[in-house]
Design a protein around this ligand. Structure first.
Ligand code: GLU
Length: 301
């Protein structure tokens, strides 16, 4: 018997939901619901300095207005530091982490990884320089290819040691890094299907590496295209993407289905949310999602 499918949506409360975030929510929701599985909601407020007061509550309201129904209580990362600390302690006990004294300025000359972060040059790997104290904690990354088959983007391979190097698990400000938090949370919730935006594709090999070191199973991955504005920029708070909380949910949902290649019949947007959702759950097909990292959605830019 196939284990029950568990999906999740994990927005960061750094602003209101825009069209791109709704697309990710719709894709993960339909994947879980079509399989008769559960769909969990997690507010990713681990990065407290980036959290905007009231944004999480606004996101929950918007999701409810769109007719999303999540299973179980909402998980807040800010309440889960004990779980992250326990995972870090396990890695420490196995010799996988080391303290790092480097400042951002000291690493300014390092090469850039695919996602624009600095590749760690290995300065503190063999021990802290004399007189320096650990600021952050990094994973000791061993060379080797991490590969997985993404349901939308196809085969992805990366040598994390070569491309990223020893990445941060606990930051200099004491906060746990997103990479650690997401892996611990998904594993503890039993998530089997990670469906999210392709902007996170480059993080996935790091997350798979952490799953292996912590003895967690690796979920299936599907990285949906992200929506871009007319200038080709990913819709985000930085590009001043419009919030969808005041918009007509049925219209936005129909547009999200269209964006995801599902070709909803035109009259469905007029039929009301419940009919639209039922059609979407019945007809959802990951095969129809455009095999691309970015797709323009100029109307929502
Ligand atoms: N919190 C991340 C974001 O809003 C998503 C993380 C994930 O889905 O793994 O971009």
């Amino acid at each position: 018997m196939r284990a029950q499918s568990v999906g999740r949506f994990a927005p960061s409360p750094s602003g209101p939901l825009h069209f791109g975030s709704i697309v990710a929510a719709v894709g993960s929701y339909l994947t879980a619901r079509q399989a008769g599985g559960r769909w969990l909601l997690r507010i990713e407020d681990v990065d407290t300095p980036r959290t905007v007061p009231g944004a999480a509550e606004g996101i929950l309201r918007t999701l409810a207005r769109f007719g999303f129904e999540w299973d179980g209580p909402v998980v807040w990362q800010s309440a889960r530091t004990d779980a992250y600390a326990a995972a870090l302690a396990r890695l420490d006990a196995a010799g996988w982490i080391f303290g790092c004294a480097c400042t951002r300025k000291e690493m300014a000359d390092s090469a850039l990884a695919r996602d624009g972060t600095r590749r760690y040059p290995g300065t503190c790997r063999a021990g802290l320089p004399p007189g320096r104290a650990a600021r952050a904690w990094r994973l000791r990354v061993v060379p080797g290819l991490i590969a997985f088959d993404d349901a939308v983007q196809g085969r992805v391979e990366e040598d994390v040691a070569a491309d990223v190097g020893d990445f941060v698990l606990r930051r200099a400000d004491g906060l746990f890094a997103y990479q650690l938090a997401v892996v611990v949370d998904d594993a503890e919730a039993g998530v089997t299907e990670v469906v999210r935006g392709a902007d996170l594709l480059d993080s996935t090999p790091r997350q798979i590496l952490l799953q292996r070191l912590l003895g967690y199973p690796t979920p299936r991955y599907a990285h949906l295209p992200v929506a871009s504005n007319a200038a080709g920029e990913k819709l985000s708070k930085q590009t001043l993407a419009r919030a969808v909380d005041g918009a007509d949910p049925a219209r936005v949902l129909a547009d999200a289905l269209d964006f995801l290649g599902q070709a909803p019949p035109a009259e469905l947007a007029e039929a009301g949310l419940a009919t639209l959702w039922q059609w979407a759950i019945d007809h959802w097909s990951m095969e129809r999602v455009p095999r691309s990292r970015v797709v323009p959605a100029p109307a929502y830019g």
